[in-house]
Design a protein around this ligand. Structure first.
Ligand code: GN1
Ligand code: MG
Length: 342
């Protein structure tokens, strides 16, 4: 258990600070810090095998806040505090820790269970991106290189087909065929990235519902978890909301009768996103709204399948066929999605 030696890099007196493990995040280890009965800070140990350059995250956050300040704009999101010596992280035995204020009166949900929640979350992600209109996004550094680059994910899949586990390749023959059958999703991505009509904007890249803080009335307060904020495309943020809010069953669901698209949630995501973004999107981008869901659902199926073929080196698994089942799940969702948006 980490202890007060980390906190002492932030506070001169840590005698009354208590740490408790918090949440169920798969990537970072998270703790609450309190001196009384309610949490006052969130302490996170950054997973440096996923985020190999934590200083890029800090540099991006600084770039964002400089832009807001210089342009007299405001959008609220919690940002890490500096240590007593002015550093963005407390470093201990090579591990990086950061401390962020806990936003009082807020909570998160792990599943999107009403269309109102879908609307509230989507509105917050659109508001976040919209606040940075006009920013030179080339100053943002990649925190995970080529994270939502579908051509790169396709290359990784091709590589796994050559060097991956032979038995698994054989076992997954049907899924591989389905993936290959949809190659046009990759081709459309390639035409989008080479088109000058698709603007690079400040993009969150992890628009799951639990990355939005909600207040006691269930209204959205702000987005959190800014590690993957980088320059990116509309299809990433909108697409991952479609991928993760539309179906009542999530990506772990093996009962496929629970995996389908709720049309009212679909409308709510678009309405929420456009609330702040409608004036910024051009015709080509608006025409790609439906493609966004195909793009993200397909990319996730591809990533799960690639990891399965590579003997599960990236995603945590709970049982041997977990990544296989996740691929089946995402391909089923893709079929439903295509049918609803055709
Ligand atoms: C990972 O574990 P989580 O929810 O933070 C992944 C996302 C995937 C998601 C699929 C850094 O996110 O891109 O969509 O799993 N994040 C990273 O569950 O790879
Ligand atoms: Mg996350």
């Amino acid at each position: 258990m980490i202890g007060n030696h980390i906190l002492s890099q932030y506070f001169s007196d840590t005698a009354s600070h208590h740490l408790a493990l918090f949440g169920n995040g798969l990537i970072h280890k998270t703790y609450t810090v309190s001196t009384g009965s309610s949490p006052e800070y969130i302490l996170q140990e950054v997973n440096t095998s996923v985020f190999k350059t934590p200083l890029n995250i800090a540099s991006n956050l600084e770039g964002l806040s400089n832009f807001l300040e210089q342009n007299g704009r405001e959008v609220f999101y919690p940002t890490p505090l500096s240590t007593i010596t002015g550093e963005p992280y407390a470093i201990e035995s090579g591990s990086f820790f950061r401390l962020t204020p806990f936003v009082k009166g807020t909570h998160t949900v792990d599943a999107c269970s009403t269309a109102e929640q879908a609307y509230e979350a989507s509105l917050q992600f659109g508001k976040f991106t919209a606040a940075f209109k006009g920013m030179d996004v080339s100053i943002l550094k990649p925190t995970i290189p080529r994270f939502h680059d579908l051509s790169f994910r396709w290359e990784q899949f091709t590589e796994a087909m050559q060097n991956g586990n032979k038995d698994r390749i054989q076992h997954a023959a049907k899924l591989i065929e389905q993936i290959q059958h949809d190659l046009k999703i990759v081709t459309r991505y390639q035409s989008i990235v080479s088109s000058s009509q698709f603007l690079q904007r400040v993009t969150h890249h992890d628009t799951k519902i639990n990355n939005v803080l909600l207040n006691g009335e269930g209204k959205g307060v702000c987005v959190i978890d800014l590690d993957t904020v980088m320059s990116g495309l509309l299809i990433s943020d909108l697409g991952d909301m479609f991928r993760t809010y539309l179906s009542p069953g999530n990506e772990e669901e093996t009962d496929l009768s629970q995996v389908y698209v709720r049309p009212d949630f679909y409308k709510a995501i678009i309405a929420g996103y456009l609330e702040h973004m409608k004036d910024q999107l051009n015709k080509e981008e608006l025409d790609a709204v439906n493609y966004a869901g195909e793009f993200m659902i397909y990319m996730q199926a591809l990533r799960f399948l690639t990891d399965f073929l590579n003997d599960d080196t990236y995603y945590g698994i709970k049982y041997p066929m977990n990544n296989y089942d996740r691929t089946v799940n995402q391909l089923a969702l893709l079929d439903h999605y295509k049918a609803v948006t055709a």
